[in-house]
Design a protein around this ligand. Sequence first.
Ligand code: THU
Length: 134
Amino acid sequence: MTDLELMLCAVEARKMSYAPYSNFHVGAALLGKSGKVYTGCNVENAAYTPTNCAERTAVFKAVSEGERAFEKIAIVGGMGETIADFCAPCGVCRQVLAEFCDKDFKLILGNPDNLKTYTFEEVLPLSFGKSDLE
Ligand code: THU
């Protein structure tokens, strides 16, 4: 699966976003090492703090279906109908990804007209993870 194909899955997933409070709609597509794609969108809540980001929705779907090793994730977000030039994953989502992703895990950000790729190490250097608890 190419980076662009994965990003287009994120664009599709974004259409399911439930974001009546922020109107900021996010889609994510996570490629498992099995080759399966897990998509997610943000799901907001009237009490605000129970809101779940698109990236975590994708990770939790994957893990709950038995997949724990991942190759890359594509993320798109923006206000209303518009896909922004760039939507970075929040800190909480980076930490959730840290649990399951190697340092060479790739993040595909930007939008379908301008993809930018980063390694996990670049977006969360000096991370705390499971090896710290060994
Ligand atoms: N959001 C995501 O889904 N992913 C991120 O990494 C950044 C923020 C969502 C949460 C909330 O529904 C909306 O975007 C505005 O913060």
